[in-house]
Design a protein around this ligand. Structure first.
Ligand SMILES: CC(C)(COP(=O)(O)OP(=O)(O)OC[C@H]1O[C@@H](n2cnc3c(N)ncnc32)[C@H](O)[C@@H]1OP(=O)(O)O)[C@@H](O)C(=O)NCCC(=O)NCCS
Length: 207
């Protein structure tokens, strides 16, 4: 019996093992313990009870970017639980969460296009996604030779309706992905300087 729920801190060791095992094979980005704890509330887990003990069968995260958009990331299913519907259930739970948060668009960068198509995502031009969506790419080993496919799931009724008349790339343009006020946006090249014990005078600055 599969149980899907939001992650909690006791899941961290199993999550790190699952994600970083795939990361070592180059199919996912690695996550540190610090990063995972920092973003734990993004995560949904799928658990299975084997011999009375709950084990992690899969996981995925919904990471917000703007008031309308989020990314599905860190999606992984344990090697011995693949092709049993676990991944799809995790994605469905993340899409449900996206609806609860009234998002318009969920995107993913992936090598498993067929899987995401089965979950209702469509392939789009990378350029149609907001620049912020690329912030994780900066530390990816494949930064200069990325071969992942950008895919999108539209939740906004207007954008979905528009796909009847135009391409998905054009439909995305209906989703408002700009920040409310440019002054509140931290650009990709902006350094966020936090005070540190060694350098207490350095503070966060916005242009
Ligand atoms: C990709 C992954 C999450 C899929 O999870 P899964 O539990 O095996 O997938 P499911 O059993 O839920 O499959 C759902 C559907 O997608 C299909 N599917 C699964 N993996 C697929 C693949 N690699 N290519 C094409 N279709 C695939 C299934 O056949 C199924 O189709 P159906 O609904 O017609 O039966 C899993 O293989 C995995 O963890 N891969 C390694 C990590 C990874 O690549 N993560 C994605 C990062 S973006």
């Amino acid at each position: 019996m599969l149980k899907v729920r939001k992650a909690n801190l006791t899941d961290v060791p199993a999550l790190l093992a699952l994600i970083n095992d795939y990361a070592a094979r180059g199919v996912m980005l690695p996550r540190t313990e610090f990063e995972l704890c920092e973003n734990l509330r993004d995560f949904t887990v799928a658990l299975e009870t084997v011999n009375g003990e709950e084990t992690l069968a899969g996981c995925g995260a919904l990471h917000f970017y703007t008031m309308q958009t989020a990314e599905v990331r860190s999606l992984a299913v344990a090697e011995n639980r693949k092709t049993a519907g676990v991944g799809k259930k995790v994605v469905q739970a993340l899409l449900e969460e996206a609806r609860e948060f009234k998002l318009d668009l969920v995107f993913a960068f992936t090598y498993v296009v067929g899987f995401f198509e089965k979950c209702g995502f469509e392939v789009v031009d990378r350029g149609s996604l907001p620049l912020k969506a690329w912030k994780d790419c900066v530390r990816c080993p494949k930064f200069s030779c990325c071969d992942e496919t950008a895919m999108v799931y539209l939740l906004s009724p207007e954008a979905v309706a528009n796909t009847q008349r135009t391409t998905i790339n054009d439909a995305i343009s209906l989703v408002e992905i700009r920040p409310l006020n440019p002054a509140w946006a931290v650009s990709l090249d902006e350094e966020i300087r936090m005070p540190t014990p060694l350098n207490p005078g350095r503070v966060f600055q916005q242009r």
